[in-house]
Design a protein around this ligand. Structure first.
Ligand SMILES: [Ca+2]
Ligand SMILES: [Ca+2]
Ligand SMILES: [Ca+2]
Ligand SMILES: [Ca+2]
Length: 235
């Protein structure tokens, strides 16, 4: 990928991410509790929308589907799927108590009736643990970013940075401790398919979050065969 195009793709990527996050935060504010922050941004239109926002719940044998319509257009914008799990503690009198545990959440950030964020959760006991997140950052109906989680932390983020519908960038993360002994989830490797043939052709290796070495595939077999050390001046 030429450097100028790479820079443009990276910039437009960041703009799209900010746009989605901004819309998502607005959506959260529309359905959140009546806090001081909420009142500070309320307009007559926002108050009307919030009062019209509706919630529907559909209960089946083993699950619950909750649908929230935030903009009162009668189309759900947040859909949450729950599994009903028996609480081993029961009700204390020998009766069964079932708990709603979130297993999937779909969010339509721009209200075009297509989900732009899909979150998938596993279950540990009675807790939801996020396993995967899929994001359509430019609202074209195609997923541009997939995040895989382990123990609540992203351990792989895959992106379609040039928006051709194919994932071209994979980032691996590792949960480690920083100098102060605190948990930090650091980028350890970034792989890129620059020519769009589905095979990785550039590998970037990071130590403590800093790029140390770049591997390239010179003969097109999908494996690195040329390595360059990255010194202080090149970073
Ligand atoms: Ca709606
Ligand atoms: Ca949408
Ligand atoms: Ca997309
Ligand atoms: Ca791509």
């Amino acid at each position: 990928m030429p450097m100028m195009f790479a820079a443009w793709a990276h910039k437009s990527w960041r703009i799209a991410k900010f746009a989605v996050l901004g819309l998502w935060i607005l959506g959260q504010m529309a359905c959140g509790p009546a806090t001081a922050e909420r009142r500070a941004v309320d307009t007559p239109e926002a108050v009307e929308r919030a009062s019209l926002a509706s919630r529907q719940e559909e209960i089946s044998n083993d699950g619950v589907i909750e649908r929230l319509d935030l903009n009162a257009d009668r189309a759900p914008d947040v859909v949450k799927h729950y599994k009903l799990v028996n609480d081993p503690a029961g009700d204390g009198k020998g009766g069964v108590v079932q708990v709603k545990v979130l297993i999937r959440k779909e969010v339509d950030v721009n209200f075009d009736r297509k989900a732009d964020i899909v979150e998938i959760y596993g279950i540990q006991g009675l807790q939801s643990i996020k396993e995967r997140e899929e994001l359509d950052l430019d609202f074209d109906g195609r997923v541009d970013e997939i995040r895989k989680y382990k123990n609540g932390y992203a351990d792989e983020i895959a992106q379609d940075q040039d928006r051709d519908g194919k994932i071209d960038t994979w980032m691996q993360y590792q949960l480690t401790k920083n100098e102060d002994g605190k948990d930090v989830n650091r980028l350890i490797e970034r792989r890129r398919d620059h020519n769009g043939d589905g095979l990785v052709d550039v590998w970037e290796y990071y130590v403590k979050g800093t790029l140390q070495k770049i591997g390239r595939d010179g003969n097109g077999d999908g494996k690195p065969d040329q390595y360059t050390r990255v010194d202080e001046k090149q970073r």
